[in-house]
Design a binder for this molecule. Structure first.
Ligand code: RIB
Ligand code: CA
Length: 327
């Protein structure tokens, strides 16, 4: 098994989180603020778990509770590129995207600059240093690429939470939700000249939180951790109803932890990622070439894309510890 441990090299990378906030998106934002908040230069929002308008409200409110109203928030795509989907996933995330828990309302407005425009500007401003962590449908990135194709070589890396390789899908039998919600955008991103790392369900379904973790967050002295802990009750209920699990998966926060280099990657493949775009039962599937996996770590010649298949166990405890340090 190939193991990639977090780098100890000096790291001057800066980050944008592109999200459809969302309970696990809130976990991802909370983790980033707790561990590397000084390197989060903007948050961009997209439709998905909720409408883009609700995702923007949730993001502004959460950043305010966490004491970071200075981080700019940019509203992005309201629908998939084909216009077919605008959200939502109420059963998973509740009608407000935060498990029905009311966040204190922030008076702040989002930036007048759109999410794709912000991505283009920041890619130029921080050439070679910018990492985009896309934890919703990757529509904003696809639009940004069509606005300015030169960003493909200016952005250091894109980390996409999405896809299912050897794991079942969660939106359809084969498709993961972020890719299923905009397969055309995902295909454009994976096929671009960008360095893209995908963190699929194969890795994220292994990392979990329990009701005891939620209770610990709810009992903490951190207002942000308490609110996230309360929202987790809804998310845990969904996992129990649908998957029969007593735990919930940590999709978006794991993608952030991998992107920033906090988590060791135990198994990764280098392979092109192709998204099935046909309107059949496989639409939204992510195809990765693991045919040579029995020989050892897969590295398809010339492949730019990387696929994280497994990370170190017990990320949940590290996530809880990080959230407890928030204001
Ligand atoms: O499939 C999991 C992903 O879909 C996560 O990003 C979750 O927030 C939803 O967007
Ligand atoms: Ca998400």
């Amino acid at each position: 098994m190939q193991s990639i441990t977090p780098s100890t090299e000096p790291d001057d990378r800066l980050f944008v989180i592109d999200c459809d906030t969302g309970i696990d998106d809130a976990l991802a934002l909370g983790y980033m603020l707790a561990r590397h908040g000084d390197r989060l230069v903007a948050v961009t929002t997209v439709f998905g778990n909720v409408s883009v308008a609700q995702a923007t409200i949730n993001t502004l409110d959460l950043l305010a509770v966490a004491g970071r109203p200075d981080i700019s928030v940019h509203t992005g795509a309201a629908t998939s590129l084909d216009g077919a989907f605008a959200g939502t996933a109420h059963r998973v995330h509740g009608t407000n995207g935060f498990g029905g828990v009311a966040l204190p309302t922030s008076a702040r407005q989002p930036s007048a600059e759109s999410a794709p425009a912000a991505i283009v500007r920041l890619a130029h401003e921080y050439s070679g240093r910018l990492v985009i962590i896309a934890v919703g449908p990757p529509t904003n990135l696809a639009i940004a690429l069509s606005m300015d194709p030169s960003i493909a070589t200016l952005i250091d890396e894109v980390v996409v939470m999405g896809g299912a390789v050897q794991h079942a899908g969660n939106a359809t039998p084969v498709a993961e939700a972020n890719i299923w919600h905009d397969p055309e955008a995902a295909q454009r991103v994976f096929a671009s000249a960008m360095r893209v790392r995908m963190v699929p369900l194969d890795a994220t379904m292994r990392q979990r939180l329990t009701a005891a973790d939620a209770a610990q967050l709810q009992a903490s002295s951190s207002a942000t951790a308490r609110l996230i802990g309360e929202a987790l009750d809804h998310y845990l209920g969904f996992y129990e109803d649908v998957f029969g699990l007593q735990e919930c998966a940590l999709h978006d926060p794991l993608a952030v932890a991998v992107a920033v280099g906090d988590e060791s990657v135990l198994h990764e493949a280098r392979s092109p990622i192709t998204v099935e775009l046909a309107n059949g039962p496989s639409r939204g599937a992510t195809i990765v070439d693991l045919r040579r996996a029995y020989h050892g770590p897969v590295a398809v010649e010339g492949a730019r894309n990387r696929v994280v298949l497994r990370t170190e166990d017990d990320f949940g405890s590290r996530l809880v510890a990080a959230l407890l340090t928030l204001p």
